[in-house]
Design a protein around this ligand. Sequence first.
Ligand SMILES: [Zn+2]
Length: 148
Amino acid sequence: MTGPGDPAFMWEFRCEQFVFARLAEEQAAAEQLLPGDRELAIARWSAIAFAAAEHTIYVTAKPGNEGIQSAGRCYTCPPVHGVPCVTMCRLARIWAHHPDYQPAWNEYLENVRGTLVLDTWDVVASAGFWNMRLRDYQAALTKTSEEN
Ligand SMILES: [Zn+2]
């Protein structure tokens, strides 16, 4: 039986709670900035906040006002994206320097780099799949023209 006394209680919400706590700090800091800087900081904050909101774990009300229940998955992502979902884990990485950050949230990025056919770091370095595939296509064209 799980409950508030169980150290694993609500484990699935820890990442999103971390992200929303950092966002609250950033919002408060942004509101103290001078005009111009404030609008830029608020725009950055709101973009991240809306992305985070769309990747929180869905919660339903139990029948008969018996409390709330975790749906055990992201509101937006398919179950294959894990709990917490990959998007929430990547957002947490913004504050990887924070003492409450858990490297396990991004273990895939930190420890498995280079062992998969599709390396997310390559997609980042290429600024998206389009540029990555365009580079591959152009390299293939160059190779073909050199062979002919
Ligand atoms: Zn998600």
